[in-house]
Design a protein around this ligand. Structure first.
Ligand SMILES: *Cc1c(COP(=O)(O)O)cnc(C)c1O
Length: 460
């Protein structure tokens, strides 16, 4: 299996290449030359697999010979060894909706499921080399913690995480800043998440700098993360859907990574009837999927901060297919976005997207009242991101469908929203309770890229 860029079909790169690179130099996103199909006779075996075994089968299709079978098994088993639930991903069924608990990893959000695998992959690839890499990442809350936990204390890796100073929840910050290993560096930027994200991109594009420090990235466009996310679509279908009925999946969406994995699962042969893109009041994707106009507006702060995004990076991957796999047409759309602040899809492109996705958005008031209603009816606390994805499933037409709603984070990560909805404190699970009392370590830096570069160079 080799890969090309959405903006250059003639590239031919290995999994290992794209794993370290993350983003293509031409600004495009990496895609597999061909989406592998799983034949029905092989799918039959899937119902016997546990989560790790299913991961193994799916990763094998995408990584060619980067890892041998034994190493791949080792990577997967280690990655999931410290999850709090033996199934790794579990279900809570309430009325017609099955809530898919994706938050049993060390930092309480679905991002652990992929990031823990990435951490083990880096370890395996760097183990026998004297190369040292530096991961630089920006976070609006959850990516940073998941990435830090995945690489903490590892040889040959440092991680630098930029978060917007005072703009994430206290729990989100503490989940990043209380690690006591010397390869973890937290930087609070006096600016917004967009400023952090832009700095990281600019450092990547600065070839002198990025080569000097052996820079690598783990943001949500990294293809390995997509693979890990494909797994749980198969897992819920075979483990929590006895008659293997066609399923409807609603996904809290920001950067379009989690739901994009569902699209790939469907192309691989999984019987998904509908994928619902669920957003908060930052509803650029809903507007685009319903009208064909993609136009970023100002980011609004919400009770579901991990989805406070206007430019959904992974959407480019879907656009590539909607453009008939023609990079030139895609590049034209991206130019429109850059120079005119928006692009418009043709009728045919829009139809292609609507054939694969529907979309919904949820206001702040609706988010809070959904959390409240579910708690009052079922004594079950969902987080605010999850609540946005419940909304579309309450429509009458879904009452008799096999509905799955992704729970992308544990409610204890967002205590203020929970307090507001049900006037209760959602407790951190198990030993995480202790982080409230741990000493935090982070440096606050002005919003200037040169200061951040100097900081990184001094630390490595
Ligand atoms: C990152 C995140 C999302 C959005 O996921 P994407 O893959 O970026 O669409 C949703 N909910 C939570 C809790 C997250 O951390």
């Amino acid at each position: 299996m080799n890969y090309f860029s959405s903006r250059n079909k003639s590239l031919n790169l290995s999994f290992k290449d794209i794993f370290f690179k993350g983003l293509s130099r031409d600004g495009g996103l990496f895609l597999p030359k061909k989406i592998p199909k799983i034949l029905p006779e092989n799918l039959k075996n899937f119902k016997k697999y546990n989560f790790q075994e299913m991961s193994f089968e799916i990763f094998k299709l995408f990584i060619s010979n980067t890892f041998n079978d034994n190493d791949l098994k080792l990577i997967i088993n280690k990655a999931y060894s410290n999850f709090r639930n033996a199934n790794i991903v579990d279900i809570k069924k309430l009325d017609h909706i099955s809530y898919v608990q994706l938050y049993h990893g060390p930092t309480l959000a679905f991002k652990d499921i992929a990031m823990q695998v990435l951490g083990e992959m880096y370890d395996m690839l760097l183990k026998n080399s004297n190369k040292k890499i530096n991961l630089i990442t920006a976070t609006s809350g959850d990516t940073g913690a998941a990435a830090i936990d995945a690489v903490k204390g590892r040889k040959n890796i440092n991680i630098f995480v930029l978060h917007p100073n005072n703009k994430i929840s206290n729990i989100q910050r503490k989940l990043m800043t209380t690690y006591e290993t010397d390869n973890v560096f937290n930087i609070a930027i006096k600016g917004s998440f967009d400023d952090c994200q832009k700095m990281v991109k600019d450092m990547f594009i600065d070839e002198n700098f990025s080569q000097q420090i052996n820079m690598s990235g783990v943001n949500s466009i990294n293809w390995a993360r997509i693979i890990a996310q494909i797994v749980y679509y198969f897992f819920i279908f075979y483990k929590f859907n006895k008659n293997h009925d066609s399923i409807v999946v609603s996904v809290p969406t920001g950067n379009f990574g989690d739901i994009y994995a569902g699209y790939i699962a469907k192309q691989m042969g999984l019987d998904i009837k509908e994928l619902i893109v669920s957003t908060n009041q930052n509803n650029i994707l809903e507007r685009c999927i319903n009208s064909g106009e993609y136009k970023p507006l100002n980011v609004l702060q919400s009770v579901s901060p991990s989805m406070d995004i206007q430019v959904a990076s992974n959407f480019e991957r879907i656009l590539f297919y909607a453009c008939g796999e023609n990079s030139d047409i895609l590049i034209k759309l991206m130019k429109d976005l850059k120079y005119h602040g928006k692009f418009n899809l043709s009728q045919k492109q829009l139809q292609n997207i609507q054939d694969n996705f529907s979309a919904s958005s949820c206001s702040e008031e609706e988010t809070i009242s959904i959390i409240k209603n579910i708690y009052e009816k079922h004594n079950y606390i969902i987080d605010p991101h999850t609540a946005t994805a419940v909304k579309p499933l309450l429509k009458k037409k879904y009452l008799n469908e096999k509905c799955f709603c992704f729970e992308t984070a544990h409610s204890s990560k967002f205590p203020l929203a929970i307090q507001k909805a049900i006037n209760l404190r959602s407790e951190l699970p198990g030993k995480l309770k202790k982080i409230e009392f741990k000493i935090e370590k982070y440096d606050i830096i002005e919003n200037q890229i040169d200061l951040v570069k100097d900081y990184i160079l001094k630390k490595i």
